[in-house]
Design a protein around this ligand. Sequence first.
Ligand SMILES: NC(=O)c1ccc[n+]([C@@H]2O[C@H](COP(=O)([O-])OP(=O)(O)OC[C@H]3O[C@@H](n4cnc5c(N)ncnc54)[C@H](OP(=O)(O)O)[C@@H]3O)[C@@H](O)[C@H]2O)c1
Length: 259
Amino acid sequence: MAKGSMTAVVTGASKGIGYELSRLLARDGYNLILIARSEELLGEVARELEAEFKIKAHVLAQDLSLAMAGDQLAERIAQLNLPIHILVNNAGIGCQGPFFKSNSVTNLEMILTNNVALTRLTQVLLPGLVANKGKILNTSSHAAFQPVPYLAVYAATKAYILSFSQALAEELKPKGVSVTALCPGVTDTAFIRRAGMQDTKAAQGNLISSRTVAEIGYRGMLRGKTVVVPGLKEKVMVVAGRVAPRRVVAKIAGNLMRD
Ligand SMILES: NC(=O)c1ccc[n+]([C@@H]2O[C@H](COP(=O)([O-])OP(=O)(O)OC[C@H]3O[C@@H](n4cnc5c(N)ncnc54)[C@H](OP(=O)(O)O)[C@@H]3O)[C@@H](O)[C@H]2O)c1
């Protein structure tokens, strides 16, 4: 099928990694369904990508932290009546700090956005993705590979995404659908400040750009890789984390993530 008649759904498309992934998809001729809360920003992204790449971009402003967000989106996407070939579950929020001081509403919103909406959206779009032998790209995190003190809930939500993606990749392989978990380390986006991570050791120094992360993730998705970890240092840390005792790895991660 010609790319011009193929559609990709991207959550968290208004900025950061999701914006860069949307650019790559548009460059390759995919029409887009762009999702985030900020309708104005999404509109700007849509206009920019339509003008630059001659594709069609639809904007669906949706808060993914609402319990029924996946179902609501499914209805709105169905109304567009477009064949979906790629689903990018990228929207996510984080929150740094000691768990005992954490805000329970924020924790709930994190689980709803990072996990519940991702799971439901995947489920409702799966029949179309199977029919089109499509691809799923889920943005997890380097935090998925070990417990992370002072980022406990976020790291757990990302471990969920990694596990879910790896399981689905196996289930869907015979159906011709690939599932990729993108696991970046700390990346230079608005996320760092929004998650309150700006003063942590992990967020200092030269950080990888959202463009580089998106390019590596996108390439991995096209190749049908199940897990993609951008950066050599990050890859080494994943391997080291597999052999070191989990308690030790958690301690190191906690030292990097506390203020
Ligand atoms: N930056 C990092 O260090 C890092 C590292 C590893 C993994 N990640 C993951 O990468 C993904 C993208 O993050 P980013 O770094 O690109 O951050 P970002 O620049 O803050 O972008 C996050 C995107 O998600 C959207 N979003 C957030 N909450 C939402 C909600 N409730 N409903 C709908 N959309 C929502 C945001 O748009 P609105 O605010 O307009 O809704 C925005 O488009 C996230 O899943 C994050 O966990 C980031």
